[in-house]
Design a protein around this ligand. Structure first.
Ligand code: ZN
Ligand code: ZN
Length: 608
């Protein structure tokens, strides 16, 4: 966000607060910053704001803007500021905010018209500079984001430098609502989340499972062509395994509570241990148990370790669509994109340091192929490098230089924008993250490719080099699409549910116009089915228009309409949402070939 836009948005939040105070004078103010997409202000009011209120508040804001008030900054000592806030009757939250300002720092206020707010920010000069704003929604928000505090009412709005930009953003919001994967997932019968099963745990329904299976098969094809080997590992592993890997207890806050070994549980309960003691025993390893795996890495490491390796075998590339479980706060959960159980498109590459270059490159090639196939034209990468002045990193200087250079070199070949973030690397190695932009311009963070010098050391991995001596391999963790759940959620929104044929749960619908054509329609059905096409037949008594509309709302990519004339000529009248070029009457075998080829080549729709 440019500086001017940030000022506009923050100023709009002051104007929002000023308008609310004019209309609801008893309201207590908390804070109102500019955000990535607009601004908000948090209010404490006995009156519950409604959508109608938003209209009134907007009108009042327009009035304030047309009054062309000047934004004026002034500063005061802490004591004077305190007195001012107390006199204004806004002490409830503002005094606490005042106390956040480090002692000795000057306290600044911004004033426009009758409104005055404690404010360390920066503003435009006159209210009239706001040319385009809109209030969007009301949501509950805990004071300081803490559930123990009072829930306030947050009013969200947005503002832009021009009316056109605002219009564009509002359209994008509308479009995003239509594409919402939670809504489409339900309408299209793709997945469900059931409170009885647990929040954040995805139940893939048959149609969603088809989508996932197709995606998985496609990724597997690419992995196989790159020399990966598939493995399967269990959902739980001993706590000791994760102690060695370092995942437990250091990241226990983001994991499910461990499953305790029955004997240890009996022993501890017989000894009447208090819960805190109990936890101590588990964390220290006096009591054993199992962890729902938060990561697949330690399992793949143990597979690598189960055999001797020579430099000739490397790289070893182990891939798994591995289920992992992470503890997310319930407030953070969101459809398929923020969940507690998910399936990583995970793989670990064990290689020699000199192979790092090529391996990172092939990881990026794979990502590029998938993005190309799915029409994700716009994406960028974030490269996280170490901060050379910090000493928190493991691994030799030489290795870091090599791996950072390898990552940068590979990223440059992608031909997409990338940023280098110094100091953002994990302590064990640099990484690349992928951020894609969907067709309506929203960004989604996907997965990562990470170099790791730490885990091979921790697990004492080795291979025998050409010098006949043992060496430590380097590991690459890569889950470029993050998880199948998240990626599917993003894909649903990206395509707005209008998937290309190969991903569509139903690929062709045959529409029989009357009963007399059913024998021929059956023949076409069998012809499609025998080629593996997912086809259904509509033989209902509905009118043609109704049948077509039904297939359209169900987002079926192709319709074969069969009437008397078509049946006579052994042809079909093809209607296609995917390829305009397919439309028209075709000999039915030719039509089947068109579809089969469309699926095989994973053609993208003309538009989506
Ligand atoms: Zn301010
Ligand atoms: Zn890993």
């Amino acid at each position: 966000m440019n500086e001017n836009l940030a000022k506009i948005r923050h100023s709009a939040s002051h104007i929002l607060a000023a308008a609310v105070l004019r209309l609801f004078p008893n309201t207590k103010l908390d804070i109102g910053p500019a955000t990535e997409n607009g601004f908000y202000y948090d209010f404490d009011s006995d009156h519950k704001f409604t959508a109608d209120d938003l209209v009134k508040i907007e009108d009042e804001m327009r009035k304030i803007i047309s009054e062309n008030q000047k934004f004026e900054r002034f500063t005061e000592s802490y004591d004077d500021a305190k007195k001012r806030i107390e006199a204004s009757d806004q002490g409830l939250y503002k005094l606490g905010r005042l106390d956040d300002i480090p002692a000795g720092e000057e306290v600044s206020f911004f004033k426009n018209g009758e409104f005055c707010d404690l404010c360390g920010g920066d503003h435009i000069d006159y209210t009239k500079r706001i040319k385009a704003f809109k209030l969007l929604s009301i949501a509950g928000a805990y004071h300081r984001g803490d559930e123990k505090n009072k829930q306030l009412q947050r009013i969200y709005g947005t503002a832009f430098e021009t009316k056109e930009e605002l219009e564009k953003y509002l359209n994008q919001l509308e479009e995003a609502k239509l594409r919402d994967h939670r809504k489409l997932g339900k309408e299209m019968g793709l997945f469900t989340i059931d409170d009885k099963v647990g929040q954040g745990l995805i139940l893939w329904k048959p149609r969603g499972a088809i989508l996932r299976q197709e995606l998985q098969n496609y990724i597997l094809e690419l992995l196989n062509s790159q020399g990966y080997q598939q493995v399967f590992t269990p959902h739980i592993g001993k706590l000791g395994l994760f102690r060695t890997s370092g995942h437990f207890p250091y990241y226990k806050e983001s994991q499910f509570v461990p499953l305790i070994e029955r004997e240890d549980l009996d022993r501890m309960s017989k000894a009447n241990l208090p819960v805190s003691k109990f936890e101590e025993e588990i964390e220290s390893g006096l009591a054993e148990g199992f962890l729902l795996k938060p990561m697949n890495c330690p399992f793949h490491v143990q597979i690598y370790k189960s055999e001797m390796h020579s430099y000739r075998d490397l790289p070893v590339k182990l891939a798994e669509f591995g289920n992992v479980y992470r503890w997310e706060q319930s407030g953070e959960l969101n459809g398929m994109t923020r969940v507690r159980g998910f399936t990583q498109d995970d793989a670990h590459i064990f290689c020699m340091p000199e192979q790092l270059d090529g391996e990172i490159q092939s990881c990026l090639d794979l990502v590029k192929s998938v993005f190309d196939t799915l029409g994700m034209k716009e994406y960028r990468v974030r490269i996280s490098l170490r901060d050379p002045s910090s000493d928190k990193y493991v691994g030799s200087e030489e290795n870091w230089q090599k791996s950072e250079a390898a990552i940068l070199k590979a990223a440059k070949t992608l031909g997409v924008p990338f940023t280098e973030e110094i100091g953002e690397a994990a302590f064990y190695g640099p990484k690349i993250d992928f951020v894609i932009k969907d067709v309506i311009g929203r960004e989604w963070q996907l997965g990562t490719v990470q170099v790791d010098y730490n885990l091979p050391e921790r697990f004492e991995l080795s291979y025998i080099g050409s010098d006949n001596k043992p060496h430590v391999p380097v590991m690459i963790h890569r889950a470029p699409f993050g998880s199948l759940e998240r990626f599917t959620g993003v894909l649903i929104e990206h395509f707005g549910g209008k998937f290309p044929t190969w991903l569509s749960p139903e690929q062709v619908r045959i529409i029989a116009m009357n009963d007399s054509v059913i024998p021929f329609a059956d023949e076409v059905f069998v012809a499609l089915k025998s080629k593996g096409v997912r086809v259904s037949m509509d033989t209902s008594g509905d009118k043609l228009g109704g049948k077509i509309r039904k297939a359209e709302t169900e987002k079926v990519p192709h319709m074969f309409v069969i009437g008397n004339k078509e049946a006579e000529n052994k042809s079909v009248s093809l209607r296609s949402r995917i390829k305009k070029a397919f439309e028209g009457t075709h000999n039915y075998r030719e039509a089947v070939e068109l579809i089969v080829n469309d699926i095989k080549t994973r053609t993208l729709p003309d538009s989506f």
